[in-house]
Design a protein around this ligand. Structure first.
Ligand SMILES: Nc1nc2c(ncn2[C@@H]2O[C@H](COP(=O)(O)OP(=O)(O)OP(=O)(O)O)[C@@H](O)[C@H]2O)c(=O)[nH]1
Ligand SMILES: [Mg+2]
Length: 201
């Protein structure tokens, strides 16, 4: 006997998969961020920071940092039964920036992580997404010992458009990272809807 779909129970849900980039300056917590939420063992491409790199690799504030991402981080999180995010963490050091174009191919949106002690390190990432019209959200990774600034102060310092969300987060905390990801998906969806509207009208 052949059973119809309804008799076999609910049809399997084919989830929508979206690609999100996690970008920002050197040592701002991108690898930590992806690792905090990934439900698969995150793929990492870490290399030891070496003596030779000391003059260019500025570890002020993250002195305990021993490794750096040389290609990318990769992780996956199921936000809802029908919505899966693939996370791609970018390398932070400028000498690996040639990877960014490759990684941003097909991305729905991006999180730019910032450390308020070294705000200028994220200028390049903000410029990168603005220029390519890739919707992004700014996540302020709150390190201990770093002064807390209101979102508005960060927005002004980075000269962000007013529709760019700024949220405070802790890259080590799963729920906090999840909240940031929900925020970037919502922002990117709204951004694409507005963009489509302006194309068709
Ligand atoms: N206190 C504190 N430390 C953090 C936080 N996020 C990351 N760290 C630490 O900061 C250091 C840098 O974190 P990573 O996740 O490697 O930073 P990254 O942005 O991937 O660095 P690159 O790939 O080298 O650019 C690590 O030693 C982390 O343990 C945070 O929210 N609070
Ligand atoms: Mg990293």
């Amino acid at each position: 006997m052949i059973f119809g779909r309804s008799e076999r129970g609910k049809p399997p849900v084919e989830p929508v998969t979206l690609k999100i980039l996690v970008a920002g300056g050197f040592g701002v917590g991108k690898t930590t961020f992806v690792g905090a939420v990934s439900e698969i063992r995150p793929l990492r491409t870490e290399e030891l920071l070496t003596e030779a790199g000391r003059p260019v690799d500025d570890t002020r504030g993250v002195e305990s940092k021993r490794t750096t991402t040389v290609a990318m981080d990769f992780g996956r999180i199921t936000l809802r039964e029908d919505l899966v995010l693939y996370l791609f963490g970018t390398p932070g050091q400028e000498r690996f920036w040639f990877m960014w174009d490759e990684l941003s191919e097909g991305a729905l949106g991006a999180v730019v992580l910032v450390d308020t002690r070294r705000l200028e390190d994220c200028f390049a990432a903000v410029d990168y997404f603005e220029r390519r019209s890739i919707p992004f959200l700014v996540g302020v990774n709150c390190f201990e010992g770093a002064a807390r600034y209101p979102e508005e102060a960060v927005r002004q310092a980075l000269d962000l458009d007013e529709d760019v969300p700024v949220v405070l987060c802790d890259a080590r905390d799963k729920q906090s990272v999840k909240d940031v990801l929900v925020g970037v998906v919502q922002h990117a969806m709204a951004y694409s809807a507005r963009h489509r509207q302006s194309v068709t009208t």
